[in-house]
Design a protein around this ligand. Structure first.
Ligand SMILES: C[S@@+](CC[C@H](N)C(=O)[O-])C[C@H]1O[C@@H](n2cnc3c(N)ncnc32)[C@H](O)[C@@H]1O
Ligand code: SF4
Length: 420
C-alpha cells in the first residue's frame, strides 16, 4: 500500500479568535521529548500500516513552523527509514508569518521541506486584528517574498473570506492585490464560526455582524472567476493552482487515499495490516500533548479512538467531491439512490454545489446549484456552518445528514436540499 503522512504540531504562539483546532500555548515545552514521541509514534503507525511507500508528507498544526527544524528532520528521517520516500516527494510545512523568517525557512528547507503553506489570511490589518493574528500584512508579504525565493513554484497561501465587516468588493480587492505577489497555489477558506471561539461569542452577543450568506456565496463565486482569469485552475473546492502546482497531499484526501496521522489530535485512515486487519480504520490520536506523550512512551502510540470503516461511506463521498475534470460528476456525491431515481443530464455536471471538506471531518455545504437546475433540484439555501439537513427530493423522500460521521443517516436519502 501507499499512504500520505501527516504530522501535527499542536502548539501556537497565540490563540486566533476564530480557530478551534487542537492547539496549545506551550509552557516549558520539552521539545526533545516531543520529538522522540513523534518519531516513536511514526515508527509504530507506519509499521502497523505495513506501508511500503509514502506519497506525500504534511506538517500541519497548530503552528509547525514553531518547531525546531531538527524535529522536522527527525520525523522525515524516520519516515524514510520505515518506508520508501522517493526523492522529490512533496513535503509541506504550514508556516505562520511571524514564526517563519528567512533563516528559519532555509533551515526547514535543509531539514527536507520542499513546499510551504503560509497562513496569510488577509492583507487588511483591521481584519488580521479581528482574527487575532499576531502578524501584520507587511509581515505576511515579507514572509511570502522570502518563501518564494526558497520554494519557487511551491509556495501556497491560505486566505479566509466571509469575515465580519467584509464586503465582496473589499475581499476581491485584497485577493487581486495578493495575485500580484503570490506564487502558484492559493487556498481559500470560508470563515467557519466555530463554537468555543471568541469570534463565535462576539457574533452571538451581537457585537460583530457576520456578512449576509448570499454575499459570502458571491465572494466565493467572484474569487473563482478572478482566479480563473489569472490562470488558476480550481482542482478542489478550496484549492487553486497554476502552472501545475497542485498539492499531491490535498488531492489525496479528496481521492480517498489512506493516510497516517501522528501527533496530538491527528487523524488517520488506513488498514492496520500489522494487526491482521483487512478493513480501513479511522484513528484519532489523544488531544492533549502531555497525555499523548505519556501514552506514546508507554505503548508506542497515542491512538485514542479507532473506528472500523467497512462501507464506502465517507470515502465514497470524498471521491465525488472534486469539482474538476477528474470529477466523476455530480451523480457521485448525491448518492446511489438519488442517481437511480433522477435522470442524469450533463448540464448538471456544471452545477456549482460547493462543499468545503474540513480536515475530512467537518462538512460545510453552501452555494447554489447551476441556474439551469430544474424542478427536481431545489435551490440550496444560504451558507451554513453547522448541521446540514437535506430536504426531500422527488425521488428519495426526506433525508438527513449525519454531521459527525459525514454520511447520510439512512442509505440513499441524501439529496439536494435546504440547509438548516
Ligand atoms: C489550522 S491552520 C494552521 C496553519 C497556521 N497555524 C496558520 O494559522 O496559518 C490552517 C488553516 O486553517 C484555516 N482556518 C482555521 N480555522 C478556520 C476557520 N474557523 N474558518 C476558516 N478557516 C480556518 C486558516 O486559514 C489556516 O491557515
Ligand atoms: S489559526 Fe493557526 S495560528 Fe491561529 S490558533 Fe489556529 S492553528 Fe494557531
Amino acid at each position: 500500500p501507499v499512504l500520505t503522512f501527516c504530522e501535527l504540531w499542536p502548539y501556537c504562539e497565540k490563540r486566533c479568535s476564530y480557530c478551534n483546532f487542537n492547539k496549545y500555548i506551550p509552557r516549558n515545552l520539552d521539545e526533545q521529548k516531543m520529538r522522540n514521541c513523534l518519531v516513536q509514534e511514526a515508527q509504530t503507525l507506519i509499521q502497523l500500516s505495513q506501508v511500503k511507500r509514502i506519497t506525500s508528507v504534511f506538517f500541519g498544526g497548530g503552528t509547525p513552523s514553531l518547531a525546531n527544524p531538527l524535529t522536522i528532520a527527525a520525523v522525515l528521517d524516520t519516515v524514510s527509514q520505515c518506508a520508501h520516500l522517493a526523492e522529490g516527494t512533496e513535503v509541506t510545512l504550514e508556516a505562520n508569518p511571524t514564526s517563519a523568517d528567512a533563516s528559519c525557512l532555509a533551515e526547514f528547507q535543509k531539514a527536507g521541506i520542499n513546499r510551504l503553506s503560509i497562513g496569510v489570511q488577509s492583507l487588511n490589518n483591521t481584519e488580521l486584528k479581528l482574527l487575532g493574528r499576531n502578524h501584520t500584512s507587511c509581515d505576511a508579504l515579507r514572509t511570502l517574498e522570502e518563501a518564494k525565493k526558497l520554494f519557487a513554484g511551491r509556495t501556497s497561501i491560505d486566505l479566509i473570506f466571509g469575515l465580519p465587516g467584509q464586503t465582496n468588493a473589499s475581499w476581491i480587492q485584497g485577493l487581486e492585490e495578493l495575485l500580484t505577489v503570490c506564487d502558484d497555489h492559493i487556498s481559500l477558506y470560508q470563515l467557519t464560526l466555530e463554537r468555543g471561539t471568541s469570534l463565535f461569542k462576539q457574533v452571538h452577543q451581537g457585537t460583530l455582524p457576520m456578512p449576509d450568506p448570499d454575499v459570502v456565496s458571491e465572494m466565493y463565486e467572484c474569487s473563482r472567476h478572478v482566479l480563473q482569469n489569472s490562470g488558476f485552475h480550481q482542482y478542489e473546492v478550496s484549492n487553486f493552482a497554476r502552472n501545475g502546482a497542485l498539492s499531491t497531499h490535498n488531492l489525496s484526501y479528496w481521492q480517498g487515499s489512506q493516510y497516517i496521522g501522528i501527533g496530538p489530535g491527528a487523524h488517520g485512515r488506513f488498514v492496520p495490516w500489522g494487526d491482521g486487519k483487512v478493513h480501513r480504520e479511522a484513528r484519532i490520536q489523544t488531544l492533549e500533548p502531555d497525555v499523548w506523550m505519556k501514552e506514546v512512551l508507554a505503548v508506542g502510540h497515542g491512538t485514542r479512538k479507532r473506528t472500523e470503516l467497512k462501507g464506502g461511506g465517507e470515502d465514497f463521498q470524498l471521491k465525488g467531491l472534486i469539482p474538476s475534470s477528474q470529477s466523476l460528476g455530480w451523480q457521485w456525491w448525491v448518492g446511489p439512490e438519488a442517481r437511480n431515481g433522477w435522470s442524469h443530464s450533463d448540464s448538471y455536471l456544471d452545477m456549482v454545489a460547493t462543499f468545503q471538506l474540513w480536515r475530512i471531518q467537518r462538512l460545510l455545504c453552501y452555494s447554489s446549484l447551476h441556474p439551469s437546475a430544474g424542478p427536481g433540484f431545489p435551490k440550496l439555501g444560504a451558507p451554513a456552518a453547522f448541521g446540514l439537513q437535506f430536504t426531500s427530493s422527488p425521488a428519495t423522500g426526506p433525508g438527513s445528514w449525519d454531521y459527525e460521521n459525514c454520511s447520510p443517516t439512512t442509505a440513499g436519502d441524501l439529496s439536494f436540499g435546504k440547509l438548516i
